[in-house]
Design a protein around this ligand. Structure first.
Ligand code: SF4
Ligand code: SF4
Ligand code: SF4
Length: 382
């Protein structure tokens, strides 16, 4: 039987797909990775956010990030301060606004507005970690923090393309371009401190804690009626229970040195950030106190769902909102398993025993041999 090049390539492409279809998507998928039991996280309650951007400024300060707009640059206005419009390699956290119609009421979809905080969600099963070919992106097995090691990074940007939330950003202005993204202020956490954005938030809209505590807090709010009075916790929800210098989180991260803890990878940068944080404690509101007084307020008419509880295998940064989550640029038509579970499963199925690559290369060799012989026969006939 003869086969031409087009038929061969068509068969080569469709055979693995048919094999996968035969196996079924569920069978091709590897087991999803859950949120670690002691994972740390953040609850962002959009209804509490007043758009003050104190968290954006604190993030820049805590991570030693230069302003994105400087004197002389287009758009520079001496009367305003640095106010980035989007995430970048120099902006790890940003507040955006949903706007509709007259914007007469906050947290209302029609003729309303709402705030949205965007940064890394520290996914339970992160695509960026799966896609990175040199393990520059790592997930700490205890805290679940997804860290980035600039020294290991080769600048391929696979993490940028793979993130379903569009978070990691590449620094095109640098000749040795690197990635920038929120690492959950792991240098502060290593010293028992609260991530800067949660520490400075005046209303508790950005709340830090153990994921398990944050989920319980979110469910308490969702169970109440709109208008009910409520003391919203601020800063570190789990502060009195599990955190503190030299114990709990700090120790766990130090033990996990190779897994993305505070000193993993680019240790000099992490040490420098930690030392700087001590020097700048006054700038961060007198240091990081474990307890902050609650913010008295009222329960808003929430969307009846905690975003991040299930989406894409779960995320350690979770959201409550008064407007539909898609209005806050959060993808809602997503599966309950992370994409990494499916893509890694497909790769492992295709490469299992190296049968598919060997068949493919064998087919190519046979095709080349046949064409060479045919060409020789034609030359001989002339
Ligand atoms: S949000 Fe994106 S960058 Fe952050 S852990 Fe998930 S996949 Fe990685
Ligand atoms: S946790 Fe730290 S790095 Fe992440 S957004 Fe908050 S301040 Fe920025
Ligand atoms: S500090 Fe808090 S209230 Fe202010 S913009 Fe950030 S999340 Fe919103």
């Amino acid at each position: 039987m003869s086969i031409n090049r087009r038929d061969f390539l068509r068969a080569a492409v469709s055979a693995p797909a048919l094999a996968l279809a035969g196996a079924g998507e569920a069978e091709a998928m590897r087991a999803p990775k859950p949120v670690p039991p002691d994972a740390v996280g953040m609850l962002y309650d959009s209804t509490l956010c007043i758009g003050c951007k104190a968290c954006v400024a604190a993030c820049r300060e805590a991570n030693d990030l230069s302003p994105v707009m400087e004197p002389g640059q287009e758009g520079w206005n001496e009367k305003t301060w640095d106010s980035p419009l989007d995430l970048s390699a120099k902006t790890f956290n940003i507040i955006k606004t949903y706007q509709h119609g007259t914007m007469a009421a906050k947290d209302r979809e029609q003729n309303g507005f709402a705030f949205m905080k965007r940064h890394c969600l520290h996914c339970a099963d992160p695509s960026c970690v799966s896609a990175c070919p040199v393990s520059a992106m790592r997930k700490d097995p205890k805290t679940g923090i997804v860290s980035y090691d600039a020294n290991a990074c080769i600048g391929c940007r696979y993490c940028v393309y793979s993130c379903p939330f569009g978070i990691p950003r590449f620094d095109y202005s640098s000749p040795t371009g690197k990635i920038g993204k929120c690492e959950f202020c792991r240098h502060l956490q290593a010293d028992g401190k609260t991530p800067a954005c949660c520490h400075v938030c005046p209303t508790g809209a950005s709340l830090f804690g153990l994921v398990v505590d944050l989920k319980a807090e979110a469910q308490r709010r969702l169970a109440l009626k709109a208008g009910d009075a409520y003391d919203f916790p601020r800063g570190n929800l789990s502060g009195g229970r599990s955190f503190g210098k030299g114990k709990g989180l700090g120790d766990g991260q130090r033990q996990d040195h190779r897994e993305g803890g505070p000193d993993a990878g680019d240790a000099p940068k992490q040490r420098r950030l930690r030392e700087r944080a001590h020097l700048d404690e006054s700038a961060l509101d007198g240091g990081h106190k474990p307890h902050q007084s609650p913010h008295p307020g009222r329960i808003a008419p929430y969307q009846p769902h905690l975003y991040g509880d299930k989406e894409l295998g779960g995320t350690q940064v979770m959201y409550l909102s008064g407007v539909p989550f898609e209005k806050l640029e959060l993808p809602t038509k997503v599966p309950e398993q992370g994409y990494a579970a499916l893509s890694e499963g497909i790769q492992h199925t295709l490469y299992k025993g190296m049968i598919a690559p060997i068949l493919f290369l064998g087919g190519l060799a046979a095709l080349a041999f046949r064409n060479t012989r045919k060409h020789g026969d034609e030359e001989g006939e002339r």
